[in-house]
Design a protein around this ligand. Structure first.
Ligand SMILES: Cc1cc2nc3c(=O)[nH]c(=O)nc-3n(C[C@H](O)[C@H](O)[C@H](O)COP(=O)(O)OP(=O)(O)OC[C@H]3O[C@@H](n4cnc5c(N)ncnc54)[C@H](O)[C@@H]3O)c2cc1C
Length: 167
């Protein structure tokens, strides 16, 4: 989500490939050791991966590794384990488009803040017209900043509008 704004500006200009570290808490070597330990079992690779990865990623991961998903993990070769570790630490995917507006967390764009007085949130172009929140051309990283912007600008706009109407 944090990257999506950047992606939006770059899409269409160049091919976008992101690399995801699916196991950031473990180094390459630690991951090897973990798999060696886990691969003492007789479970099928696909079943084992459900422990390691989000459910929807399992089939894709098996396909990209080029290992039979029904293979018991205790028969996975050193070379195959190496391919798994590489993919877990450097999972690459090409981004082709943004999600739909229905899935958006925040919209970028709107009324330019150059046209708004920040002391009252009133339009500099139309007297008595006040703005707050996402209708303005402001957006921030997710983490509460957008809500805070909506609350703060709403508070200022509300007070100023009441004063404006009250005379
Ligand atoms: C799934 C999701 C998760 C989010 N998570 C976070 C988060 O964790 N942290 C964060 O900071 N921000 C988050 N946001 C963004 C944040 O919710 C918005 O930035 C914020 O709610 C914007 O407030 P707003 O009042 O400007 O607009 P809105 O909350 O969209 O309010 C606009 C209101 O106007 C109404 N309306 C629209 N048209 C009309 C009309 N013609 N007449 C009357 N009423 C109308 C709508 O029904 C709506 O109730 C998230 C957004 C989504 C969608």
């Amino acid at each position: 989500m944090t990257l999506s704004r950047r992606v939006g500006t770059l899409l269409g200009k160049e091919k976008l490939v992101i690399s995801i570290d699916l196991k950031p808490a473990l180094s390459h070597e630690q991951l090897h050791q973990r798999l060696i330990r886990d691969f003492k079992q007789t479970r099928h690779l696909k079943n084992y991966l459900h422990e390691l990865l989000p459910r929807l990623l399992v089939d894709v991961f098996v396909y990209l590794c080029g290992i039979d998903g029904d293979k018991p993990v205790n028969s996975i070769t050193t070379q195959e384990r190496g391919r798994m570790v590489d993919l877990l630490k450097d999972f690459r995917t090409t981004i082709t488009r943004m999600g739909s507006l229905d899935e958006a967390i925040v919209t970028a764009g709107g009324v330019s803040i150059k046209e708004i007085d920040p002391r009252t949130m009133m339009s500099k172009l139309v007297s008595g017209l006040f703005f707050a929140g996402e209708v303005m051309d402001i957006d921030a990283e997710t983490g509460g900043y957008n809500l805070q912007a909506a609350f703060s600008t709403g508070y200022v706009a509300g007070e100023a509008a009441a004063e404006y109407v009250g005379g």
